[in-house]
Design a protein around this ligand. Structure first.
Ligand code: GLV
Ligand code: MG
Length: 345
């Protein structure tokens, strides 16, 4: 194990210092675009004003014969578009693929200075993080980058879930984790062809009695999201729900995003433009909740003691819960003028 005093040292001479705390950024959705498609690339300057994070996807979904075009398209996009406060991320191919090394070296050489985060798929254990961590430090030094490129790991294999705690504490370069329900379902041999969301056969049946027995669909991802959220929170990282593949079911998407939000996730992937607004709605706190949370903070200005508000007991712990909600609302208000008016600050 690395000694504590070495943990925050740059891994290459000339590489920037790793962050001790993640930069504070609102990241309600990571919007995926296929950079091999010129028609979609042309829409990116408009999309950048709509989304919190824009990600060029080089991995699954890009045909093998378009991998190099996608990488070049991403570089072209990073060079030509002004991203401003919107995060620029790339999902590279997995470390076991023939494309990953060139993805990293070519992108870092061409547009490393514009890039915020590399999303790394199919992370199995801390060794995957250590490999990319070292390589990025060498490239940061080589290209004299002044800010560290962060790594966001996708949790999408059974081995990765088994190792989630050690993955989350592997490096100060980590930004967060996303649940990848499609690959994870395949890796675990779950019997579903859906990309995220529930399944009508995964349910609890009410006791037998008179009449039809009620059936309640359960959340297939609850256990994994819980483990991911704890691993992230304990290490100061950000947890995300990943993709919801049924674009014809916005309500299902919203319900899945909301479960993740309530469990502690800060955002989700949007694979279709219609999911951007869903993510904004879900991952910006409800104005009524914010107003109530503000009353809790006001009732206990120093965060200690006890109070009764509308018949509900408040104490130091609920003050901390309220602060989570109000702090998030302040970040939303600062970034998203359309929502700022909904919160009474
Ligand atoms: C995402 O990459 C997934 O496999 O769900
Ligand atoms: Mg995947």
């Amino acid at each position: 194990m690395k000694l504590p005093r070495n943990f925050y040292k740059p891994l290459a001479i000339g590489a920037p210092e790793p962050f001790r705390e993640l930069p504070v950024r609102l990241e309600r959705m990571i919007h995926f675009v296929p950079p091999q498609m010129e028609k979609i690339r042309a829409k990116v300057p408009d999309l950048v004003r709509e989304v919190d994070v824009l990600l060029g996807n080089l991995e699954d979904g890009v045909p093998a014969d378009a991998k190099v075009t996608a990488r070049q398209g991403f570089i072209e996009m990073a060079r030509s578009v002004e991203f401003g406060a919107t995060g620029l991320w790339v999902r590279i191919n997995s470390l076991s693929s023939p494309w990953a090394l060139d993805d990293v070296t070519e992108i870092m050489g061409a547009v490393g200075g514009e890039l915020d985060v590399i999303m790394l798929p199919k992370v199995e254990g801390p060794w995957d993080i250590h490999y990319l961590d070292q390589l990025l430090a060498q490239l940061e030094a080589k290209y004299a980058l002044t800010h560290p490129i962060l790594i966001h790991a996708i949790l999408e294999t059974a081995e990765g879930v088994m190792n989630v705690e050690v993955i989350a504490s592997a490096s100060p370069r980590l930004h967060g984790l996303s649940l990848g329900p499609a690959d994870l379902a395949a890796s675990r041999a779950m019997k579903t062809t859906r990309v995220g969301g529930g399944h009508p056969d995964y349910k609890v049946l009410a006791d037998p009695g008179a009449g039809t027995r009620a059936a309640y669909q359960q959340d297939l991802w609850h256990y994994t999201i819980g483990r991911m959220v704890d691993a992230c929170a304990a290490n100061g990282l950000k947890p995300f729900y990943g993709p919801f593949g049924d674009f014809s079911d916005p309500e299902g998407c919203e319900a899945q995003f909301r479960n993740a939000f309530l469990q502690g996730c800060v955002g989700a992937w949007s694979l279709h433009p219609s999911q951007i607004e869903i993510a904004k709605r879900v991952f910006s706190p409800d104005p009524k909740e914010v107003a109530f949370a503000q009353r809790i903070l006001q009732a206990m200005p120093d965060g200690t003691g006890a109070a009764l508000i509308d018949g509900k007991m408040q104490d130091d712990a609920t003050w901390r819960q309220a602060k989570v909600i109000v702090d998030l609302a302040r970040r939303v208000a600062a970034k998203d003028p359309a929502r700022a008016g909904l919160y009474q600050f």
